[in-house]
Design a protein around this ligand. Structure first.
Ligand code: ASP
Length: 436
């Protein structure tokens, strides 16, 4: 049994958090590979190490003395080392880094040092081997990860060892450090799990898994115990945010379950994410409810629209031309609606409308503003009557007008559009009627 455990910034914020991580790792000998983020915030108003590193680079770039920001970074890590009474020479590393900063360092290399120092400290604390991401994680020239080469390299380096690996960065073919997008350590964790053919990828954070609804809207929302990768895609597309989006691909490809856990509540089982579940042992019909405000619905009406084979293409071409993604597209015989995020339309709204006029010569175009989209997601809705009836019943009884409906035949989710003002009440009502 091999578990890969990735710890996010809040789990690495100070010596107290390091102790929690150690207890978690030592409580299960199958946790043999650990991936870490840079130190996160210790309290609200505190700084993330990665942010300080970006700031440091900005100072260098504009010729402002970076000394005091650099000292803050140095202090954070030496403080953790001293509190944990670790015998490791960070000073030499920091001095060398400062020298390099004076002679010119890339932003990527400087910013990657947060994860680098976290991993060095954690490796020393656990008595595990430190494996620099620069030794195995390689990027191709287009910025994508060279999975085959990276997996092979790590499998060889980590064989038979207990290792700690920094997240968030790797190297280009020429050896220069290259970082991922913000939050990228989640991806490194997934890559390590895939490379080592782990039995599970544990992603340790500061929440006990994914909640059935946004806790800012639904107080005491329950944790989702089990969610499939497809359900998670639906939920995160529409607002639920726990993992970096690209995290799931490496583990999904290899059918490795992903378990989201809470470093501050390690006895909580968290959320388990897999390709499929034996639903005989499952709980509710609904897995989660997510949503997003501020969509616009543009409806093109033209008599006979659906009997012209080129009309939908022409409409979509306009959105494509302006780089606007169409999220949903409900249609009727003589009309076709596109639901798009208002922010994406902001800079090109009049050009889009003008082009639709020109290309389609429609009878009319209607624009509905301030639309919120709510997705009720659940793999167990499939081939089962009654879920949509319940949704419409509860919203209808509470006088919430539904502006748009969308559901595909795979029945993974039911999407409804409501007015922005009805967004939070709709989610609360749906949660209450399905979760309790
Ligand atoms: N430290 C990086 C960030 O703050 C990467 C990570 O924590 O995943 O984005």
């Amino acid at each position: 049994m091999l578990k890969v455990a990735k710890f996010g910034g809040s789990s690495m914020a100070d010596a107290k958090q390091y102790q929690k991580v150690k207890d978690i790792i030592l409580s299960d000998p199958s946790r043999k590979a650990v991936v870490v983020s840079a130190a996160g915030k210790r309290f609200s108003g505190d700084h993330k190490l990665t942010d300080l590193l970006y700031l440091c680079h900005a100072h260098l770039q504009y010729g402002v003395d970076a000394g005091s920001v650099f000292q803050m970074i140095r202090d954070r890590y030496t403080e953790i080392r001293d509190e944990l009474k670790l015998n490791i020479d960070l000073e030499a590393d920091f001095d060398a880094l400062w020298q390099k900063m004076q002679s010119g360092i890339s932003q990527d290399e400087l910013v990657s040092r947060g994860e680098y120092f976290s991993a060095k400290l954690m490796a020393a604390y656990l008595g595990f081997t430190f494996v620099d991401a620069a030794r195995w994680l390689t990027f191709q020239t287009d910025g994508s990860i060279d999975e085959e080469a990276s997996y092979a390299a790590l499998a060889q380096i980590a064989a038979g060892k207990c290792v700690v690996i920094p997240g968030f960065y790797g190297v280009m073919a020429d050896g220069s450090v290259h970082i991922m997008e913000r939050g990228g350590s989640d991806i490194t964790g997934a890559l390590v799990a895939a490379a080592l053919d782990a039995d599970v990828y544990e992603n340790w954070t500061d929440v006990s898994g994914i909640l059935m609804a946004d806790p800012r809207i639904v107080k005491d929302a329950q944790t989702i115990k089990r969610v499939t990768y497809s359900e998670l895609r639906e939920l995160s597309y529409i607002g639920a945010q726990v993992l970096h989006e690209a995290t799931i691909f490496p583990v999904r490809e290899k059918n490795i379950p992903l378990n989201i856990r809470n470093t501050n509540d390690p006895s909580h089982p968290g959320t388990m994410i897999r390709e499929t579940f034996d639903d005989a042992v499952e709980d509710g019909i609904i897995t989660g409810i997510a949503g997003k405000k501020d969509f616009v619905i543009i409806t093109v009406t033209k008599s006979g629209l659906s009997s012209r084979p080129d009309s939908i293409r022409k409409i979509m071409e306009v959105f494509e031309k302006y780089g606007v993604c169409v999220s949903y597209a409900p249609s009727g015989i003589d009309c076709f609606s596109t639901v798009v995020e208002a922010a994406r339309l902001a800079s090109c709204r009049y050009a889009v409308l003008a082009d639709l006029e020109k290309s389609l010569k429609p009878d009319k175009i209607d624009v509905s503003e301030n639309i919120a989209v709510v997705a009720v997601v659940g793999r167990k809705m499939a081939s089962r009557a009654g879920t949509s009836a319940k949704i419409f019943d509860v919203l209808g009884k509470n006088n919430i007008n539904i502006r748009m409906i969308s559901q595909g035949p795979e029945e993974l989710n039911i999407i409804i559009g409501v007015n922005n003002d009805d967004f939070a009440p709709a989610i609360r009502m749906l949660y209450q009627s399905f979760a309790k």
